[in-house]
Design a protein around this ligand. Structure first.
Ligand code: KIV
Ligand code: ZN
Length: 533
């Protein structure tokens, strides 16, 4: 079963290379469409330090429209004149989706939303009120009956302005079920088109939350007149699981944010829901309008503009989400991607899976990497490169492409090893005469000596001179970092004069003294090419 990367989002029949027949359920002719309500610009923007200016909000809204979200909740217009203006600008300029604004059950809030969203192709007013006793009594100081009365009044008022009104029963998962059902029935009667059930404090558990959605559907008599929506927070890390459980029990709109950003531990992550539905069509038989290839780009734009880094192991969009580091996994992937990949990186807009080369990467992965970079090395040279790779990888956490290329270049430029570098130890510091102890091998014999010098490099070169008996004049010595980061590979270059000839030597290592020793020894070995003794 082959993977085709240009399948339409959600229209794919054959997502897994793995034989999923054991999981397959009977499919309906048309999968259920799940509406994606994106609240990155409202709930997401409430994150401390993530405040956006109107231009940035507009830029993100355009990208959300390209991504294919059904509804953009563009802001909370009553919160500030700036936010109201930003929501209005989004409503005026962004096409192809509904633009919503949030309001408390206060006339002024609702007017502010309408002032801003009325310009949208499809405007929506989203009103909310707590339905749990904790919210009604402690926060709002009102009784349950007053809560119903005010909710109904707010929905009626909104309906007079806008045909599309969403009502949210804030803190639904901690609300009295019978009371919440009465609220839902009343707001539907008052004209709400969407009823949203939020797990405001991330308290619900998947079975329980799914069951609550199922019971709402079987208890509220007029529930078929509305789209049932859910909005989950991630305080116990269950936002995605709860949202998926709600979909399995009849929710048809999901409120999400890109990268899962939002109040406290955040909201359900858009990309997780979209890719879970897409990857496990065998379970959900549901689809979204999301252009999945836009996911990664959107994720990075939000992260950059909101100043919130994406954790490396974040599902779908983390930098490691499609990176394989273990040698066994890399070998498996090269033989058949399905061994360790359930999604194609290109489907979320990531060019390809990344192989992170570490000390655990095997020959197969290193060779594959080199071949991709255009190095087709004969076996003996490859073995040298691989040995050096392991040596460097033991000291560096990750070997980058630049590191690997530098290792290959050095190995390619090497002369036959008359003297083989084994190890080096240097004592150096302020007010201390540097001493270097070097071990080399010649014809299988181990040679060790030590020497002092004006600096650690000088001491090392003196020591190598003592062991090899080599006499030369150092003309030039250059050291540079060839790769990035604190643990970058340093490349040393030496030019020496020996018997009237100028010889160059190069060496590389994460340790600069080690690199210098290798470069010096490389020059010595090269001196034997025309001058064997
Ligand atoms: O978490 C929540 O309850 C909300 C509502 C306003 C929908 O964000
Ligand atoms: Zn929320």
């Amino acid at each position: 079963m082959g993977l085709e990367s240009d399948l339409p989002p959600g229209g794919e029949d054959d997502l897994l290379q793995t034989d999923t027949s054991q999981f397959k359920k009977e499919r309906h002719a048309m999968p259920t469409n799940i509406m994606i309500f994106d609240t990155t610009l409202r709930d997401g923007e409430q994150v401390p330090g993530a405040k956006l200016n109107p231009q940035q909000k507009l830029e993100i809204a355009h990208q959300l429209a390209r991504l294919g979200v059904d509804i953009i909740e563009a802001g909370f217009p009553a919160s500030s004149p700036g936010d109201k203006a930003a929501v209005a600008q989004i409503a005026k300029e962004v096409r192809g989706c509904t633009v919503a604004g949030l309001a408390r059950i206060i006339k002024q809030d609702i007017d502010d939303v309408w002032d801003a969203v009325q310009f949208a192709e499809r405007p929506r007013i989203h009103v909310f009120l707590g339905s749990s006793d904790i919210h009604l009594q402690s926060k709002l100081r009102m009784d349950r009956e007053k809560g119903i009365e005010m909710a109904v009044e707010a929905v009626r008022y909104s309906r007079n302005l806008c045909p599309d009104v969403e009502y949210s029963t804030e803190d639904a998962s901690r609300s009295d079920f019978e009371y919440m059902c009465r609220v839902i029935e009343a707001v539907i009667e008052a004209g709400a088109a969407v009823v949203n059930i939020p797990d405001t404090v991330g308290y619900a558990f998947p079975d329980q939350f799914g069951d609550m959605i199922r019971r709402i559907r079987s208890t509220v008599p007029n529930i078929d007149k509305v789209i049932l929506s859910v909005h989950c927070h991630n305080d116990l890390g269950l936002g995605t699981a709860n949202t998926l459980a709600a979909i399995q029990n009849g929710a048809r709109q999901v409120e999400v944010t890109v990268n899962g950003i939002g109040e406290r531990a955040g909201n359900t992550a858009m990309e997780e829901i979209v890719m879970a539905l897409r990857t496990r069509r065998d379970i959900f038989d549901a689809t979204t309008r999301i252009q999945t290839k836009e996911i990664f780009k959107t994720s990075r734009m939000i992260s950059r503009l909101m100043n919130i880094p994406v954790q490396p192991n974040k599902a779908i969009v983390g930098s490691n989400a499609f990176a394989h580091s273990s040698g066994i996994h890399q070998d498996g992937i090269l033989k058949d991607r399905a061994t360790y990949e359930i999604m194609r990186p290109e489907d979320v807009g990531i060019k390809e899976h990344a192989f992170v080369l570490t000390a655990r990467s095997g020959r197969h992965a290193v060779r594959h990497h080199l071949e991709q970079k255009g190095y087709h090395l004969a076996e003996p040279l490859f073995e040298k490169v691989f040995t050096r790779f392991l040596d460097v990888a033991d000291r560096k956490k990750e070997i980058s492409d630049d590191d690997l290329e530098s290792i290959v270049d050095i190995e390619i430029s090497k002369a036959p090893e008359v003297y083989r570098f084994v190890k080096l130890q240097v004592i150096s510091g302020s007010g201390v005469t540097p001493i270097s102890a070097v071990t080399l091998q010649k014809n299988g014999e181990t040679l060790t000596d030590s020497a002092s010098g004006n600096g650690p490099v000088d001491a090392t070169f003196n020591c190598i001179d003592r062991i090899t008996g080599f006499k030369c004049t150092l003309l030039e010595f250059d050291l540079r970092a060839v790769t990035k980061g604190k643990d970058a590979i340093g490349e040393a270059m030496v030019r020496v004069e020996h018997n009237g000839k100028t010889i160059t030597g190069r060496g590389a290592s994460p340790d600069v003294i080690d690199a210098s020793a290798r470069a010096y020894l490389n020059a010595i070995n090269r001196s034997f090419v025309n001058n064997m003794h």
